[in-house]
Write a protein that binds this ligand. Sequence first.
Ligand code: ZN
Length: 166
Amino acid sequence: MSGLEDLYREIILDHYRSPRNRGELEVPPAVRVEGFNPLCGDEIVVYVDVDDASQGDAAVVTDIRIGGQGCSISQSSASMMSAAVKGHSIGEIRDLTKSFKSMMSIHEEGLDSDSDSDSQEDSSAAELKLGDLEALRGVVKFPVRIKCATLGWNTLQQGLDEALSS
Ligand code: ZN
């Protein structure tokens, strides 16, 4: 068990020390959104480029950059997220976000009220590869840190909504 926890800690530190997709994108065409977690002082800035927002959830995130500062959990989670979502459609990213948040044991209102027709989608969402994101699994043991882990994801969702509505 401790071997796995060591591995997870290593993955988190690797993303913290060498964050993926760090930087900025030109706005516009990119959308820029900021997220803040006052409990911990974490700050995440997400720049996201979406190709053809008129396609709605089929539109693809062609590029993403992350800025901001904060604890290792918030920054490594945003780094892993950026690597996981780049090149994927907004629909796929919403599924991945659901998978990640359910791993974080966050059951927001609305997720459970989905109709039965969505249950197929949910099973395919579970098949989406969380990859390095699995390393954050241990965070659920520290409820105060869950907001650190989900900050980047909530910020990205806000950016995707903005990209689709612009
Ligand atoms: Zn934090």
